[in-house]
Design a protein around this ligand. Structure first.
Ligand SMILES: C[S@@+](CC[C@H](N)C(=O)[O-])C[C@H]1O[C@@H](n2cnc3c(N)ncnc32)[C@H](O)[C@@H]1O
Length: 231
C-alpha cells in the first residue's frame, strides 16, 4: 500500500494528473499479473545480472510463462519420458514453469553463480497449484561442457549464448548422441539467433519453426521458436 502511494506521488510529480490517471489501469494490470509479485520469487531482470560475464554470453531474461507453456504443449510429447534441461537457466524461471509438466527430471545449468543461487532459492519458494514436479536440479557451470544425462532429453535454449559456446554445446551433444543414439533428443530454441549452426548440424533435423503471436491485442509477435530432433 505504502509502495503504491509513493509511486502515485512520484508519478503526479513527474507526469501530472491527466497522464497519471491514464497510467493507472496499466499499473493495476501489471501488479495483478507480475510473476514475482504473485509467487514471491525473484526472476526479473536487474542491471547487475550480466555484470562481468564473457562477451560470448547473452544477457539474462526470464522465459515468458504463457509462451513457454504454449511451446511445450505444441511439442505433443509425453513429458514423463524426457529430462528437461535448460542450458543457460538464469534465475530458473523456465525451470519453475517446466515444473508444471511431469518431466522425468528438471535440470538447469547456469554459468553465473549469483543467478544460479537465485534459481535454487526460487525453486524452493515457488508454489503454484499446477506445479507437479517438486525436484528441480540446478548446476552452476558452463553449458557448453555440461555432461548430458542418459535417456530422452528436451534441451531448452532461450537465446543463451553466441556462436562459440553454441559450437561447443553442439559438439558435446554430438558426442552424447554417438555414445547413445537410440534416445530421442529434442532441442527447443527460442529466439534462435544462432539457428544456422543448428540447421547445419548433421545429427539434427529441424522439425518446426514458428513465429508466436499474442492471441489477442492485435496479434503482436512475441517470439520465434525452432525445434530440432536427432536422427
Ligand atoms: C536469456 S537468459 C535465459 C534464462 C532461462 N533459460 C529462462 O528462460 O528463464 C540466458 C542465460 O544464459 C546464461 N549463460 C550464458 N552463457 C552461458 C554458459 N556458457 N553456460 C551457462 N549459462 C550461460 C546467462 O547467464 C543467462 O542467465
Amino acid at each position: 500500500m505504502m509502495d503504491a502511494l509513493v509511486q502515485l506521488r512520484s508519478s503526479l510529480h513527474r507526469h501530472g494528473w491527466w497522464r497519471t490517471l491514464a497510467l493507472i489501469p496499466r499499473n493495476i494490470l501489471f501488479r495483478l499479473t507480475d510473476f514475482d509479485r504473485k509467487h514471491g520469487t525473484n526472476t526479473g531482470m536487474q542491471a547487475e545480472d550480466d555484470a562481468g560475464l564473457p562477451r560470448e554470453h547473452e544477457g539474462y531474461e526470464g522465459a515468458p510463462p504463457r509462451l513457454f507453456h504454449r511451446i511445450i504443449r505444441s511439442l505433443d510429447i509425453a513429458p514423463a519420458r524426457y529430462a528437461f534441461i535448460d542450458l543457460g537457466s538464469g534465475k530458473g524461471k523456465a525451470l519453475l514453469l517446466a515444473s508444471h509438466h511431469p518431466f522425468r527430471r528438471i535440470i538447469g545449468v547456469e554459468y553465473n553463480p549469483r543467478l544460479d543461487a537465485i534459481a535454487a532459492a526460487n525453486a524452493r519458494i515457488y508454489r503454484h497449484p499446477e506445479r507437479c514436479m517438486h525436484r528441480i536440479e540446478t548446476v552452476c557451470g558452463d553449458a557448453g561442457a555440461f555432461e548430458l544425462p542418459p535417456g530422452d532429453l528436451l534441451i531448452y535454449l532461450f537465446n543463451p549464448f553466441k556462436a562459440a559456446i553454441m559450437e561447443r554445446m553442439l559438439a558435446n551433444l554430438e558426442s552424447a548422441l554417438q555414445a547413445d543414439g537410440e534416445r530421442d533428443v529434442l532441442v527447443v530454441y527460442q529466439n534462435p539467433t544462432q539457428r544456422r549452426l543448428l540447421d547445419e548440424a548433421p545429427f539434427l533435423e529441424r522439425v518446426a519453426y514458428r513465429e508466436y503471436r499474442t492471441r489477442r491485442l492485435r496479434k503482436m509477435p512475441i517470439g520465434r521458436v525452432a525445434v530440432y530432433r536427432n536422427h
